[in-house]
Design a protein around this ligand. Structure first.
Ligand code: CS2
Length: 492
């Protein structure tokens, strides 16, 4: 056993320690969603901001349901090792931006109090696409989401995202405390606007006057976030111990690349996130679209098809010549749906994405990316498919990706091995697919899922033909052969 990492240990010179004294800085941010991505992204930018410009901007980390993140971080004074894996040996750095870590399962009162406290000036969130409880088709709170339903029934004792934000804003308004800024950091299109609609709608059902106040007074800037962060493994923990000489239950690993593009609307102030390279812009939508459609769209396509073709990691899909061609095709098809973005060349961006996907030291599982497909498909594949359809572009790459998701939804590989979909609609999907055997019946069964597929897209004969065609090929010759045939169809 090695000693556990905490604020009083001394570290080897090879490990970068925070460039400031963490305990000298107060807490100004409450973050909901204490997973690996937050630790590899926002916490690191905040660490850089504290080192360069100081301020009371440390972060109280909250995991709403799980107790594991708080159990990992609290005994370590919030410190953890960030391992960057690029070329050469992995680099370790200790992040000091987290001042405390609590779980909604055990300390909900402390969380409600922190959200209402005047010193909290920003609330940031990475709760995954499904965590919000927002009906994205309609734009507002989704009453069928368990946390939303419970919190609407007892808004004075909330546990979920929308309920907690609304209650805190209500308390702040009553106390004459300025509102906090709300910053959504999940991979959703126009994520600030979307969260604002959910919060205002939730408030409107409990207290319409409060809803008006939130709409007028609270800023919800949108942002685009990017850093490939695989789920932590035993290797991560072993490497952290080896590199730092300390046991670290909260260590995580990530790639060297990182990007954060944010709308600069922070009436209550903000950390100097530029110190970590964040870019502040007027309108983040074009950056978001580029990232969601090119990076995440290709990720989803390669996750479903690659997983079914027996590829465990993203890097293996890039090493497969046929699949690599389809990844590149996905980048180009997605790029063709975008408005030009001054200063950004989509071909170079695509080239950089391919290199990132190929990173030999990042073990990013296709099965991890395949999770929650119903939450990811709209912004990654279906919206760009609709744009392509409407502007007369070829929809085939998007149709192939959609067919791969439909094939994956059957829950078994070509060898008959079964796996869990890990999707909030998993039970409904299984029920709908119970008697579906042919590609047509699978298409129709899944097309009927509520709020997922745009009607205009699904009723277009060209789209329907391409999806059913790709799915038939996957069912008839198997996914690996279907990938090969699809890639061959692209050859001149
Ligand atoms: C991935 C993303 O799991 C997924 O769905 O596509 O988490 C992806 O790795 C990040 O968005 C990269 O920034």
């Amino acid at each position: 056993m090695m000693p556990r990492l905490n604020a009083s240990v001394s570290l080897p010179d090879t490990v970068a320690a925070p460039g400031y004294t963490p305990a000298d800085h107060g807490t100004g941010i409450v973050h909901l969603g204490l997973g690996a991505f937050f630790r590899a992204h926002q916490a690191v930018y905040t660490d850089d901001a504290l080192a360069r410009s100081g301020g009371d901007w440390r972060i109280l980390g909250v995991s709403l349901r799980s107790t594991a993140p708080a159990e990992e971080l609290a005994p370590q004074d919030g410190l953890y090792t960030l391992i960057e894996r690029g070329d050469g040996t992995p680099k370790a750095r200790i992040i000091g931006a987290i001042s405390g870590a609590v779980s909604g399962a055990t300390e909900i009162e402390a969380i409600r109090a922190a959200l209402a406290a005047p010193k909290t000036r920003i609330v940031t969130l990475t709760v995954t696409e499904k965590g919000y409880g927002i009906d994205r088709a309609r734009g507002g709170a989704d009453e069928s989401h368990p946390a939303v339903a419970e919190d609407l029934a007892s808004p004075e004792a909330p546990h979920g995202v929308l309920g907690l934000l609304v209650q805190a804003l209500k308390l702040r308004r009553a106390a004459g405390t300025a509102p906090f800024t709300v910053l959504c950091c999940d991979n959703l299109p126009e994520n600030g606007t979307m969260l604002r609609a959910g919060v205002v709608d939730f408030a409107n059902r409990c207290d319409p006057e409060l809803a008006d106040w939130i709409a007028a007074e609270v800023a919800f800037p949108s942002c685009m976030v990017d850093r490939i962060t695989p789920a932590r493994t035993e290797t991560t923990l072993a490497d952290a111990a080896r590199l730092t000489g300390h046991d670290d239950a909260a260590a995580i690993e990530t790639e060297p690349f990182t990007q954060w593009v944010i709308e600069d609307r922070f009436p209550a102030g903000r950390p100097d996130w530029e110190a970590g390279g964040a870019l502040f812009v007027e309108d983040v939508a074009p950056y978001e679209q580029m990232k969601l459609r090119m990076l995440n769209g290709a990720h989803s396509m390669l996750a479903y098809s690659g997983f079914l073709a027996g590829h465990r990691y993203v890097r293996d899909t890039v090493a497969d010549d046929d699949l690599r061609r389809l990844i590149q095709r996905q980048f180009s098809a997605a790029a063709a749906t975008l408005e030009p973005l001054p200063g950004i060349d989509f071909d170079s961006y695509a080239q950089q994405l391919l290199e990132r996907f190929a990173n030999p030291s990042i073990a990013h599982e296709t099965y991890q990316i395949a999770m929650d497909g119903t939450q990811k498909l709209p912004q990654r594949i279906l919206q760009p498919a609709l744009s392509a359809l409407q502007s007369g572009q070829n929809v085939r790459p998007f149709a192939f990706a959609t067919a791969a998701w439909m094939r994956y939804s059957l829950g078994r590989t070509d060898d008959g091995e079964t796996y869990a979909l890990r999707d909030p609609l998993e039970a409904e999907i299984a029920e709908r697919l119970a008697n579906a055997q042919t590609s047509e019946s699978i298409f129709s069964a899944l097309a009927a899922l509520r709020g997922l597929f745009p009607e205009t897209l699904m009723s277009a004969p060209e789209w329907r033909g391409e999806v059913i065609g790709a799915l038939s090929s996957m069912l008839e010759i198997g996914v690996s052969a279907a990938i090969r045939a699809e890639a061959a169809s692209e050859l001149p």
